[in-house]
Design a protein around this ligand. Structure first.
Ligand code: SF4
Length: 204
């Protein structure tokens, strides 16, 4: 595990998400929109959305039909536009227009699940957390870190195996490695810098 963590850190030293944002509110909105939507499309949509409605107050006061129109090229836009308006209203009413910094408070917001909350906490606030998306799930399995099917179980297994100070760089590194090398259908094991230490569980 120690060697694996070091290699991931060397390969992907900067924790990063491929969504454009300049504050926690923008990241929260982008994460909600990116569910079943590519990061590329999400970035196109948020450019316009943030220009029109830059703050929670602006989005809370926006007509839901207008939000829906701007995000219409995104899948599940009907639900997402309602959630974005509702969560902005809650941020204004209960959190003074700020995005809360706890998993418990975040996961009570409409449209915000555990994965989104963990990515938000780690990438917007630098709070150690593990966001388990489809790439993290697949790589944790192939690399022999977790056999769990459930995101919470995977999160716990990674937390046990990786030092807390490396949680963020490790899980974001897994996401990038999953996108670039260890792809779902065709993992490029021959060209993978982890080849000599990876047990390749389930890879044919
Ligand atoms: S060796 Fe293959 S299975 Fe292991 S991380 Fe690399 S691409 Fe994925």
């Amino acid at each position: 595990m120690k060697e694996l963590v070091e290699r991931i850190k060397k390969l992907y030293p900067e924790p990063t998400v491929e969504l454009n944002f300049s504050n926690p509110f923008e990241l929260l909105v982008a994460l909600i929109l990116s569910a079943r939507c590519t990061d590329k499309r999400t970035n196109i949509i948020t450019k316009e959305l943030f220009k029109r409605y830059p703050t929670p107050k602006d989005l809370a006061e926006a007509p839901v039909e207008e939000i829906d129109k701007i995000i219409s090229s995104c899948s599940m836009h009907n639900t997402k536009s309602k959630n974005l308006k509702a969560l902005s209203e809650i941020l204004v009413r209960d959190f003074n227009g700020e995005v809360p910094k706890s998993l418990e408070e975040l996961t009570k917001l409409p449209g915000v699940g555990r994965k989104t909350a963990n990515i938000l906490l780690s990438m917007a606030y630098g709070i150690p957390a593990i966001g388990v998306d489809t790439h993290v799930k697949r790589l944790a399995y192939r690399l022999g870190i977790s056999k769990s099917e459930n995101p919470e179980g995977i999160e716990e297994d990674i937390k046990k195996a990786v030092p807390k100070e490396d949680w963020i760089v490790f899980y974001t590194g897994l996401i990038l490695h999953g996108r670039r090398v260890c792809k779902a259908r065709k993992p490029n094991c021959d060209g993978c810098p982890l080849n000599d230490i990876c047990p390749k569980i389930g890879v044919k």
